[in-house]
Design a protein around this ligand. Sequence first.
Ligand SMILES: [Mg+2]
Length: 370
Amino acid sequence: MKITSVEPIHLRVPVVEALPDGTLDVLVVLIHTDEGLTGIGEVTSQSYVCKACFDAPRSAARRHGLTSILVGEDPRDPVALWEKMYYETNRYGRRGAAIHAISGADIALWDLKGKAEGKPVSELLGGRRRDTVRAYASVLFGDTPDETAKMAAEFVKLGLTAVKFGWGPFGASAETDLAHIHAAQAVLGERDLMVDAGHAWDIDTALERVQILAPTGIVWLEEPLSQDDRAGYARLCENSPVPIAAGEGDVTHWDFEDLIQRGVHVVQPDVAFCGGLTVCRRVSEMCEPLGRRPVPHCFSTGINLAASLHWISTVSNGDLVEYCLRPSPLMRKLVKNLPPLIDGRVPVPDGPGLGIELDQDIIDEFRVDP
Ligand SMILES: [Mg+2]
């Protein structure tokens, strides 16, 4: 089987909200073959820049466009092609947009391999340990504790057993933070509450605040520091009574190896950003023996969700996935058979590859051809 063409398609809703989120524009990656099979992938990043990483022509060594690297290759060895894409882009790549773009190609290659072999991606990644995965939803904190409580009540109605609040007013003062957490917990009861601090603090403030937050019993505190304060994370993880989560901005297994060595308890790669399923599998292989918990960051479309479910279903301590509830048609309708939320859990798609089907009408409606 040979790759005949690669089609990066930028989808974008016409009105980008004042507070844009990851569901308003996306780069879908289709990889076509001479046997009529097509692999589906997604890039959650700057779509125009990542599209250029595909479309760029061949150049000097190690600065080629991704399409030129992939066309003519046999798609059934995604790991070998990951290495090839990484190496042949490394003058402009290694981190950032080129790796985000490689994520979309990598997901599509795993989908193709599964379709070619008649196996779900979860089976190719080592075999699923569960057929459904527990979901958590995430949302911004309300402007007031009352608003936060109202949103918590909505999530309870949907049957969720885990919820994450973040950003907004959180971080400004210990009193405000505790008021919002207590308001949410009064509604959530025994359900899990996670908090995303949105890079709010420096290390000294974070060390003080985790002591104040510990008695609330929150399940994790996410990104209290700048993503680049690696030394800060090492100090905080060693001293925090609250588990620390990070990694949604990291790429490649080397970045995650560093994060894990610095002690981060909950590791959050985004499959459509970090380098794809090939990287996610390496991350969970590093996490499992150390008892660290991988939890997919997932806030874009059903392609990302399906890939995240296939991966995390294979991980021993991986019974949790982020489930996006935003109303964008790219989230709700792009994948015709979007994995649904049922009693707080999400089924891993069956069928070969990712087990998803795209809605051509949605692609036609929201396609942006620059
Ligand atoms: Mg976050």
